[in-house]
Design a protein around this ligand. Structure first.
Ligand code: GNR
Ligand code: NI
Length: 169
């Protein structure tokens, strides 16, 4: 097990498109274990492989208060999204300290493989549905700040670049 470094916006590697996982084997299960360790340590509710510079379609999620309901999504695909949407406050481990509203479907049905390679459809609503959409955006190289205005995004970029330079000094 290992803690993995999390890429921070505006790192260009956050915009790479993840490739499907060909086989759910021990290599993938080790990645999943490291991603859970990294997500729980960072107090996040989800983590996409893209955020740890692995460009494969792997996501881990736990939206439970008790932090005891781990969910593994390998090769996830949204098979249905509710036409009804809601604007909710989002944050991202790759955009630390920034929170803003994003419009998402209220509910989604996601087909994905689990850590054993078994495929199933998960019906999600509310926070879990938001988190799944947020994580699947990461796999497509999309970060939530891209839904904000260019002005806001520019300000966020400047702020985070300053912080990153200060952290290196
Ligand atoms: O920890 C996280 N919280 C969160 C809150 C609202 C909407 C989405 C999220 S996901 C985020 C973790 C993360 O960055 N996953 O990619
Ligand atoms: Ni995120």
């Amino acid at each position: 097990m290992a803690l993995l470094p999390i890429l921070c916006f505006p790192d260009p590697r956050l915009h790479k498109v993840a490739k499907p996982v060909a086989a759910v084997d021990d290599r993938v299960r080790a990645l999943v274990a490291d991603m859970f360790e990294t997500m729980y340590d960072a107090k996040g509710i989800g983590l996409a492989a893209t955020q740890v510079d692995v460009h494969e379609r792997v996501v881990v999620i736990d939206v439970s208060e008790e932090r005891n309901q781990p969910l593994v999504l390998i090769n996830p695909e949204i098979v249905w999204a509710s036409p009804e949407t809601r604007v909710g406050e989002e944050g991202c481990l790759s955009v630390p300290g920034i929170y803003d509203g994003v419009e998402r479907s209220l509910a989604v049905h996601v087909r994905a493989q689990d850590a054993d390679g078994n495929s199933r459809v998960i019906e999600a609503e509310d926070l879990l549905a938001v988190c799944m959409q947020h994580e699947m955006d990461h796999l497509m190289g999309k970060v939530f700040v891209e839904y904000l205005s260019p002005l806001k995004r520019g300000r966020i970029k400047t702020k985070l670049l300053k912080q990153q330079k200060a952290a290196h000094a």
